[in-house]
Design a protein around this ligand. Structure first.
Ligand code: AGP
Length: 622
């Protein structure tokens, strides 16, 4: 299947109101810049015609270009920030794209997979495509429909029916200067319903300072907004409705709240994020209650296999979930990289539950895994942090983490709340299937409820970790070791360092050292070690032996261990003390110093902490 030139993951804003549209759109783009940031553009719609301005580079480049121009007063406009994957980030490839007559402008996120054939037909009809993006093809198709007399909404419906792929499209036409029309298929788009103004955006963060009244759109829907109207149809034109919800993030939550970086703010928010994710989950009798879990207890009792699918950090949360779910429910639990899952022809049936973990709820690899699971009749449960996103919408049930907006590309609070959500699901399954008694569940609930304080304790003691990062700023590689649930923590610590410090970092199961990785140890090699709690005697002692092995070869050991662990203290060049917590909850405290270490390493290396190179917050392309 020819894959269209990807236009990458992007921030999209559309506005129809009393204006000034340019200010509103730019303000929205600023809040979405994390979604993608190598070019940006705006289009304003007036009865005198369309005004567009677009530039490669950060949003600042666009704002500079606008300062050199005279944008018209307009009450309707659209905007776009882009993270290119194919098609270099150039002014020409930037969005918006226009039809040949300049009467229609469109911005786009996603992949038009059949754009090649559409482009060839347009060129055969004499169209000249200036860019090498799939989006420009859509602009030409939309304008062709408008030129035949269709209104923009009808034009959008007709064009969407011809498109194959995943896309969010937002368009304006100078023939209808008070209207913005948008469409979505397997790609993010939400509607903000204001007072005398309305918004469409790829993320609620774009308009939460204007309205918290939002609409979640369904698959294959078109929404047409003016200052006072919001009309939704399907791609054929049949009236449809969206799901209304209230955005409970305030503007402050989406700003930096005084921290130098969103990442630091989000690390500091972890106790609250964990506490919020636990809120309202328990009846006064201590029984678990998961409201959004739209699967019946009978369905949950019938499950005989669980497969967790996710990417990156979310995948590491899934690895931790395996230990919890299997230990508490005795249900076999596999954990799969979403990008590998459907290509290995997994064994799935009606008694399989696929758990899809995704902070953004838009990760294309995970969405495609969800679709494959549903085609195979599995039940799909999503764990997501983003209300109104695609993956929860396409799942049978959802458990929302409540981490609030996670703006930094490097995931932190979402990771901890994903772990908590997985614990809640494991507990709920144990409750429904009777593999844990009520008092045992209450005990775990009590332990979970004590975790925000434990995380706070760690946060109060991380300054030495920052000093360690400054001390190690010039090292070329760092290794991470863990056993049991400490192994996924080691993987996560390594991923943080890779994506923030742009350096080699690798996590290992400590038992694997002697099967090869120990050859990497040289004098001075920094090695983080997640020490199992002393309650897990055999694991603790084996890890002590591993530390002795690497120290004998000159490693510089950074040992994360619970306070009072004298054996750990003796073998640590640097000791990072953790509050004693139950084994299965240790990732919630052991991960935090690694997040801080990676963040400080990025800072001292002069990197863009919140927007590391080559990465985007939500990878909505495969
Ligand atoms: C983690 O720091 C990265 N940002 C990345 O690995 C991320 O976890 C992954 O892309 C999955 O994103 P999702 O949770 O939004 O699906």
């Amino acid at each position: 299947m020819a894959v269209g030139r990807l236009t990458g993951v992007c921030g999209i804003v559309g506005y129809a109101g009393s204006g000034p549209a340019l200010d509103v759109v730019l303000d929205g783009l600023r809040r979405l810049e994390y979604r993608g940031y190598d070019s940006a553009g705006v289009a304003l719609s007036t009865s005198a015609g369309l005004f567009t301005c677009k530039r490669a580079g950060k949003l600042a480049a666009l704002e500079k270009a606008l300062a050199d121009e005279t944008p018209p007063e307009a009450s309707t406009g659209i905007g776009h920030t882009r993270w290119a994957t194919h098609g270099a980030p150039t002014d020409t490839n930037s969005h918006p794209h226009l039809g040949p007559a300049g009467r229609v402008a469109v911005v786009h996120n996603g992949i038009i997979e059949n754009f090649d054939g559409l482009a060839r037909r347009l060129e055969a009809d004499g169209h000249e495509l200036l860019s090498d993006t799939d989006t420009e093809v859509v602009a030409h198709l939309l304008e062709a429909e408008v030129m035949k007399g269709a209104d923009l909404t009808t034009a959008m419906q007709r064009v969407c029916r011809r498109l194959v792929g995943a896309f969010t499209l937002v368009a304006v036409s100078c023939d209808e200067p008070d209207r913005v029309v948008a469409a979505r298929r397997s790609s993010p788009l939400v509607v903000g319903v204001g007072d005398g103004e309305n918004f469409v955006a790829s993320d609620v963060a774009a308009f939460i300072d204007k309205t918290t009244d939002a609409l979640e759109l369904g698959e294959d829907q078109v929404v047409s907004i003016t200052a006072t109207t919001v009309d939704i149809t399907d791609f054929v034109g049949n009236p449809a409705t969206g799901r209304r919800f209230t955005v409970d993030w305030d503007v402050e939550a989406a700003e930096k709240a005084g921290y130098d970086y969103f990442m630091l703010k989000e690390i500091a928010e972890q106790p609250t994020a964990v506490a919020d994710t636990l809120l309202g989950r328990f009846t006064p009798e201590g029984r678990l209650r998961l409201d959004e879990l739209r699967l019946s207890d009978d369905e949950l009792r019938g499950i005989d296999k669980i497969i967790v699918v996710a990417c990156g950090t979310a995948f590491h949360a899934g690895l931790i979930a395996k230990y919890t779910i299997e230990h508490w429910t005795r249900i076999p639990c596999e954990v799969e990289l979403a990008s590998e899952f459907r290509y290995r022809d997994p064994i799935i049936d009606r008694d399989t539950m696929v758990v899809a973990i995704s902070q953004s709820g838009e990760t294309m690899d995970t969405l495609m895994a969800v679709r494959h699971a549903r085609e195979q009749r599995a039940k799909v449960l999503a764990i997501s942090n983003t209300n109104g996103s695609t993956i929860p919408r396409e799942s049978d049930a959802v458990l929302y983490t409540r981490a609030g907006p996670e703006i930094a590309v490097a995931s932190t609070k979402a990771f901890l709340t994903q772990i908590v959500a997985c614990h809640l699901i494991g507990l709920y399954l144990a409750q429904v299937r009777g593999t844990k008694y009520g008092d045992e569940i209450s005990q775990v609930v009590h332990e979970l409820e004590s975790m925000p304080a434990a995380i706070d304790t760690v946060l109060d003691t991380v300054e030495p970790v920052r000093e360690l990062a400054r001390d190690l700023r010039d090292v070329s590689s760092v290794l991470f070791l863990g056993r049991h649930v400490g192994y996924p923590v080691a993987l996560e610590g390594a991923l943080k360092l890779k994506e923030l410090a742009y350096m080699h970092a690798e996590g290992f199961a400590a038992g694997e050292l002697k099967h090869g990785p120990i050859a990497l140890i040289e004098p001075g090699t920094p090695v983080f070690v997640v020490m199992p709690s002393r309650g897990r005697g055999p694991l603790h002692d084996k890890m002590a032996n591993n530390i002795a092995e690497i120290r004998a070869r000159g490693a510089r050991t950074v040992v994360l261990a619970e306070t009072g662990d004298d054996q750990a203290r003796e073998c640590a060049d640097t000791l990072i003390e953790l509050p004693p917590v139950p084994t299965l909850l240790q990732p919630l405290v052991a991960t935090v110093p690694m997040q801080v270490f990676a963040c400080e390493m990025a800072r001292v290396r002069g990197h863009e902490v919140d927007q590391p190179r080559n990465l985007a917050k939500s990878v909505t392309v495969e």
